[in-house]
Write a new protein. Structure first.
Lengths: 889, 114
């Protein structure tokens, strides 16, 4: 009965339908009245006039009734939208439809799952870096402050403690300012010695960050005084791992760099400052009378109410100018202030990370679009098979909106199934990704699927049926009733969807081409990075960081003696080809620049002295790292503290200052402000990539003899004859004999270098993965469409064969169709890829965005795949038996 | 726009129409004739007001409509009471009886004045 009623409820249609229904009703009334009057003997025209007169104002009534009907229709539609009854019924239909076509449903769910998994994974990787709330109170008020050093061209220059004290006293822009830095520290005690990264924080830092400890306390006023009892606050993970989560640790001493510190607190698990590797915090013990030019600290501040970054920068620039007048030799060297939001400042690869994420996000967006296009195409194809079903249902009176809603319900159910599977897949993917993510970059928590990620995935999931389901649903509901019923039984092309599917396949190919071109360019960039001649050879080299504590090695002699003993003792190990030490390991994010000037240029102003990358090395360093000696000699054991100060420079240094002559025997002044030294150049070596992998950052370099310095921290580098990992146990034993309480962290030099190519490594892996998925989906799209059109054109094929076309002709024709579609997609895609390549050229390395190798490979790959995808249906078409097909007609 | 009625008090139009539909579905013309005959011609509702009331009550959900074929073989729109229309009728009838009783009481001669 309900269906019957719905079928004949005509007034729910358009405005004109409403009008004519009202007119029909009023007309019926007037006719009945006229009939009554004529029965009573009235003449026809008088009867009509009388009927109209009795009725009253007809026009007003028509308008009024039409308005009532329209309002009723609107309300009813709204009610129907919300109707749980209809929803339940739609769901029932949806599940029935899925059961009836499990192949289609399975393909749709898998395709969407792939797209959603890709998006969920990338978002869950981005989340800890960009979105997850910081573990600080009111984090949007927190900023980091740095100075600009115009000589170095460096906008992240630090502050000395006396400068910090002055700035803090003068500023009104901040509720409070705090200072910090970080470094390596040796943790010893009952447990095995361990080298860790620690933070040195002014006693007010925890208050500025607005954080509370999980246990115990943080720092109290007075903890930062130079003579205060040393205290320490521990990371939650460290406390659990190294101290088995023992709560009685609070109040007990631990030994840091040979000094006893009392553990006063443990931070909550999510606390992270200034980055993940820092597990120990001690008070920064300094005084306002310390050396003003020891610029070692970074500042963090909490902006006061009403102060923006811009305004605060103005104020601080003024303070800097005042202090510059007071201390022209120290503060006067700085010119400018940088203020960055804390999240951005703590992530020192912020720019790279952002570009990388943008590229990956665009890539997964494309994957999802391709997946949706594929599903839309499948749905359209299926739609033509459902013409009859839809026609019958509209003949039974189902309104267009109702049919659209039902088809959209079906799409949504499929999308939700795909989403659930996709999220499951993403769990798997993130667990694979997590171990590869470096700890060094500031992030909040791990790469996990949390509430925010789930919300994102759900949003993505719910967008997909709109993209892939609405279009086919609209087209299905427009089905012409009569043709649908008549032809639908034969499953003919009643919906005119062939054209729509062609457009979708072209779009899919174009998107996949863009994605694959991007993947290709990234892979080529990665290959260029890998093939880069660094000027040294990291293979078979292991490195050990050595940190000599001031307690155990107070004098320069002791430190130099330790260095010599270490080199000798490691050198005696079997399998060691060469061993040496270096103060600043290349590619380890530590670059020290000094001002140097050749003796013949000493008269020029100090500020104009050129900068050179500085290092101190032991004899045999160039040998151990395979850095080619171009001229002169290496350092020797004779270049000791009492010998003539000597230097080795790189080729760039020598060529720049002595373009026509030899650098050997020349002298340079190294502008350590406090202690300038005149050095004689004894050797020239090949340039190396020290700071990073950017060729533009290869600078003039100057090396001094380690034996002519007194560094307390340096790296031992050893080249092995065979597998470098076999050296590790020997080195460990040798070092523990020399310094039992010193932790040894051994890292292959290849790992150190690899940290620098992470963006390309990550981008290549993900883009290749997504690219492979994209091309698979596009292939399925081409295959699906060609098979479908071959099936549609069976009769045409049969006629052609009957007319004498050979099997090869038919195959050529069908494959040609496939290639034509692919060709259009390729042209569009390659044009888009070249355009986007220009935009993304910042992430490319050693490869042009128009790289012919990549473009030609993508072109060839797609043509091959398209030919393959069309060949199967082509072969089927060529086997068409004309007799059978035509007889079936 | 207002409904015009002749011979019917304001507020009683809905009541009368709903009452005529209690005996089964009717189209507009039948409603009009039924009101006239049941009141022995005393009550007459102008046709324009009748149709406006029918459509307004259909919108309110008190009655629902369905196209059918009349005894005379014409296509006509039949109205029938819905459960909510029946409840509305009860409310209006109750109100009208109380109102009429109150008015008649007032109209009885008062002993003091006699």
């Amino acid at each position: 009965m309900a269906d019957f009623k719905r079928a004949f409820r005509l007034d729910r249609a358009s405005r004109s339908d409403v009008r004519s229904a009202v007119d029909d009703e009023l007309q019926h009334h007037l006719e009945s009245e006229v009939e009554e009057l004529t029965d009573a003997g009235w003449g026809e025209s008088e009867a009509w006039a009388e009927a109209r007169r009795r009725f009253g104002d007809i026009d007003e009534t028509r308008t009024y009734c039409a308005r009532m009907q329209t309002e009723r229709g609107r309300r009813e539609r709204r009610r129907e939208m919300m109707s749980m009854d209809e929803l339940r019924q739609n769901l029932k239909y949806a599940f029935r439809a899925i059961r009836r076509a499990p192949g289609y449903a399975g393909l749709v769910v898998l395709t969407l799952a792939f797209g959603i998994a890709a998006n969920t994974t990338i978002f869950s990787v981005m989340n800890p870096y960009l979105f997850r709330p910081l573990p600080f109170g009111e984090a949007d008020e927190l900023v980091q402050v740095n100075q600009v050093d115009p000589v170095l061209g460096f906008d992240m220059a630090r502050f000395s403690f006396p400068q910090f004290v002055d700035w803090r006293a003068r500023t009104r822009a901040f509720d409070d300012l705090a200072a910090y830095n970080y470094g390596s520290i040796n943790v010893t005690g009952v447990e095995a010695p361990e080298q860790m990264t620690f933070g040195r924080l002014t006693e007010n830092m925890f208050d500025v960050l607005d954080v509370r400890p999980a246990m115990g306390r943080t720092f109290l006023p007075g903890d930062g005084a130079p003579d205060a009892e040393p205290v320490v606050v521990l990371d939650h993970g460290l406390w659990e791992r190294r101290y088995q989560g023992d709560p009685s640790l609070i109040g007990r001493p631990i030994t840091l760099d040979g000094v006893q510190h009392t553990v006063v607190g443990v931070m909550p698990p999510d606390f992270n400052f200034p980055y993940g590797e820092v597990k120990i915090w001690v008070p920064l013990q300094a005084s306002a009378t310390d050396n003003r030019d020891r610029e070692a600290y970074l500042l963090v501040g909490r902006l006061a109410d009403g102060w923006t970054i811009e305004r605060a920068r103005g104020e601080l620039t003024g303070i800097q100018a005042e202090l510059s007048r007071q201390y022209p030799d120290v503060d006067g060297k700085m010119d400018g202030v940088t203020i960055k939001p804390i999240r951005e400042a703590l992530n020192f690869a912020w720019d790279i990370v952002n570009v990388l994420f943008l590229v990956l996000l665009a890539a997964v967006g494309f994957v999802l679009l391709i997946a949706c296009a594929n599903v839309a195409s499948l749905t359209l194809a299926r739609g033509s098979g459902r013409v009859r079903e839809v026609s019958v249902r509209s003949a039974m009176g189902a309104a267009r909106g109702r049919i659209v809603r039902q088809l959209v319900t079906e799409s949504t159910v499929l999308a939700l199934l795909g989403g659930a599977l996709g999220i499951g897949l993403a769990y798997l993917l993130t667990s694979l990704v997590n171990p590869v993510i470096p700890e060094g970059l500031f992030k909040i928590g791990g790469v996990t699927i949390d509430g925010m990620v789930l919300a994102f995935s759900l949003a993505v999931t719910l967008v997909t049926p709109v993209v892939f389901g609405l279009l086919p649903a609209m087209s299905a509901s427009k089905t012409d009733l009569v043709t649908g019923l008549k032809e639908g039984a034969k499953g003919s092309n009643g919906l005119g969807t062939s054209r729509g599917r062609q457009v979708l396949v072209v779009a899919q190919v174009a998107l996949a081409v863009v994605l694959l071109t991007g993947a290709g360019l990234t892979l080529r960039s990665f290959a260029s990075v890998q093939a880069l001649d660094l000027g040294f050879d990291p293979d078979r080299v292991v490195t050990v960081e050595v940190n000599l504590t001031a307690q155990e090695y107070p004098s320069g002699e002791e430190r130099r003696a330790f260095l010599t003993q270490t080199v000798e003792s490691v050198g005696r190990l079997p399998g060691v080809e060469a061993v040496s030490t270096v103060q600043w390991l290349p590619q380890n994010h530590e670059t020290v620049a000094v001002q140097t000037v050749p003796s013949h240029m000493v008269g020029t102003p100090v500020d104009e002295w050129p900068l050179a990358t500085f290092n101190r090395v032991h004899p045999d360093y160039f040998d151990a790292m395979s850095i080619e000696l171009v001229a002169g000699r290496d350092f020797t054991t004779l270049d000791g503290i009492d010998a003539e100060p000597v230097a080795v420079v790189n080729r760039l240094f020598a060529d720049r200052f002595w373009p026509s002559g030899s650098a050997l025997g020349q002298t340079v002044l190294v502008g350590d402000r406090a202690d300038p030294a005149t050095l004689t150049i004894v050797g020239v070596v090949e340039d190396i990539f020290h700071a990073d992998l950017n060729p533009a950052e290869v600078r003039p370099q100057i090396y001094r003899s380690a034996a002519q310095g007194a560094a307390s921290r340096f790296f031992v580098v050893a080249r092995s004859q065979g597998d470098p990992s076999e050296l590790a146990p020997g080195i460990r034993t040798a070092l523990s004999e020399l310094a039992p309480s010193m932790p040894t962290v051994i890292r292959p030099m290849n790992d150190v270098v690899a940290e620098n190519d992470i963006p390309w490594r990550v981008a290549s892996v993900f883009l290749m993965l997504f690219g492979a998925g994209a091309i698979l989906l596009a292939t399925l799209g081409i295959y699906g469409l060609i098979s479908y059109s071959v099936a549609q054109r069976e009769k045409e094929m049969a006629v052609r064969i009957a007319m004498g076309a050979s099997a090869a002709d038919i195959r050529k024709r069908v494959v040609g169709d496939g290639l034509k579609l692919t060709g259009i997609g390729l042209v569009v895609g390659l044009a888009a890829a070249v355009g986007l390549g220009q935009v993304a050229s910042a992430v490319l390395f050693g490869v042009s965005p128009n790289d012919p190798v990549t473009l030609v490979s993508v072109l060839g790959l797609f043509l091959g795949v398209a030919a393959l995808a069309s060949f199967v249906p082509a072969a089927r078409a060529s086997r068409t038996s004309p007799i059978e097909v035509l007889r079936a007609e | 726009m207002t409904e015009r009625n002749r011979g019917l008090l304001p507020g009683t139009v809905d009541l009368v129409i709903l009452q005529t539909l209690t005996t089964g579905p009717r189209h507009g013309f039948e409603v009009s004739r039924s009101i006239r005959s049941r009141s022995d011609g005393e009550l007459e509702l102008q046709d324009s007001a009748l149709y406006q009331a029918l459509h307004r009550m259909e919108k309110s959900g008190w009655i629902e409509a369905e196209w059918g074929v009349s005894e005379k073989g014409r296509r006509a729109k039949y109205y029938r009471l819905t459960p909510s229309g029946l409840r509305q009728l009860d409310r209006e009838v109750g109100f009208w009886r109380r109102y009429a009783a109150a008015v008649s009481k007032v109209l009885e001669p008062m002993p003091d004045e006699a």
